[in-house]
Design a binder for this molecule. Structure first.
Ligand code: ARG
Length: 390
């Protein structure tokens, strides 16, 4: 029998996909990848088996997600179009890795997923799967089946005894993991409409956030955050902690119109408190310890890096070469940054590093000044010379 490994979420689409694939003659093995999305995996597993999956793998990949995906992206200050910290985009190549691993183990020839036919995720999952498991074939049920509407899909599900959640489905499409939440659809599809409060899943509205600010001091070692307010944390623990504090203070919301890889513009809102705080802190530390040329050059690399992640080219030679460059830039990115979280804002108030390139003696306007102003005159003359002789 043909075997297919299905990336299963437990939701309606991938549940219907189990039945649909079985009807096409496949043995369906489900795979769920835990990346900190706080979900009842055992209930989902039962559901998949009930619908007809022959086996369900639940893989805890949270540690890998943090160390091999989130932190490298943080070192690269990766944010697509400056606003999206790529929570969803970073998770897809990792899901693909797991699907390919299981396909090899189970000697399956097919991989299936529940991505829609007009999003970025289909590209990311399939590109990584094809790169890592080059003989695998991909099935994308949602691109093939012809339900006219969600209602007809629900009707099909009920007809085939596929459990449909009784709870009213959120009007939004959500993608959740440790690094952030992506929220689209419903009223958000009109970019002129302000996101209603109920669209936000974890962050407090800044107007209801505490009246006293929270101060968080983050310690970095070679670009990686290791402690909050002098307390050491694991990667997962640190991200969870910052998510909680940030969300409480209304930090981490963004609302954007983005350019999808498939050519359309879409409107999506994001909640990523930990990413927002860590990006602000990490960039600030770099401002202190990297020289001007390296810092400016790195910015260009960061934009390319973000695009590669967004475009599903995580598993590409360019991305891997950029990682080597970025890692090299992080040698001196150690130190502490303190941020103030207050009613939706997250501002750096203090930075410190043993590798700081800031020299008070050179910067000061007081009598301690050591900057040789006489040198400035000659410097400026030579600086302007090529333009003057034109
Ligand atoms: N626009 C984001 C991306 O392409 C998120 C896509 C998934 N969003 C969702 N709400 N399911 O990475």
């Amino acid at each position: 029998m043909k075997k297919v490994i299905l990336a299963y979420s437990g939701g309606l689409d991938t549940s219907v996909a189990i039945k649909w694939l079985k009807d096409k003659g496949f043995e369906v093995i489900c795979c769920m990848v835990d990346m900190g999305q706080v979900k009842d995996f055992s209930a989902a597993k039962k559901k998949a088996v009930k619908i007809g999956a022959s086996k369900v793998y639940i893989i805890d990949a949270s540690d890998e997600f943090v160390n091999d995906y989130i932190f490298p992206a943080l070192k690269a200050n990766a944010a697509y179009e400056d606003k999206y910290f790529l929570a969803t985009a970073l998770s897809r190549p990792l899901i693909a890795e797991k699907l390919v691993e299981i396909a090899k183990k189970e000697k399956a020839q097919f991989i299936a997923h529940g991505c829609t036919g007009k999003g970025n995720d289909q590209v990311r999952l399939e590109a990584s799967s094809l790169i890592l498991g080059k003989d695998l074939k991909i099935i994308a049920p949602l691109r093939e089946w012809n339900f006219a509407s969600r209602e007809s899909e629900i009707k099909y599900a009920k007809m085939h005894n596929i459990p449909v959640e009784a709870t009213k489905k959120s009007p939004y499409s959500l993608d959740v993991n440790l690094w952030g939440i992506s929220i689209e659809c419903g009223v958000l599809e009109d970019p002129a409409v302000e996101p209603p409060e109920d669209a936000y899943q974890i962050t407090k509205s800044p107007k209801d956030a505490p009246n006293t600010p929270a101060y968080v001091k983050i310690e970095f070692k070679k670009g990686i955050p290791v402690a909050i307010n002098n307390k050491k944390y694991s990667g997962i623990g640190l991200i969870n902690k910052l998510t909680d504090i940030g969300a409480k203070h209304g930090v981490g919301r963004s609302d954007m119109v983005e350019n999808r890889l498939v050519g359309i513009k879409s409107r999506e809102i994001y909640e990523a408190p930990a990413a927002t705080i860590l990006h602000a802190a990490h960039k600030e530390l770099e401002a202190l310890v990297l020289d001007r040329e390296l810092l400016h050059f790195k910015k260009g690399i960061e934009q390319k890096y973000s695009e590669l992640v967004y475009y599903g080219l995580w598993h590409s030679p360019l991305k891997s070469a950029l990682d080597s460059f970025i890692n090299k830039t992080q040698d001196k990115v150690s130190g502490e940054v303190t941020l103030k979280l207050y009613k939706g804002s997250c501002s750096v108030v203090s930075r410190k590093s043993p590798h700081s390139l800031y020299s008070e003696e050179l910067a000061t306007y007081s009598s301690k000044d050591k900057f040789d102003k006489k040198l400035a005159e000659g410097f400026i003359k030579i600086w302007a010379m090529p333009y003057k002789s034109r």
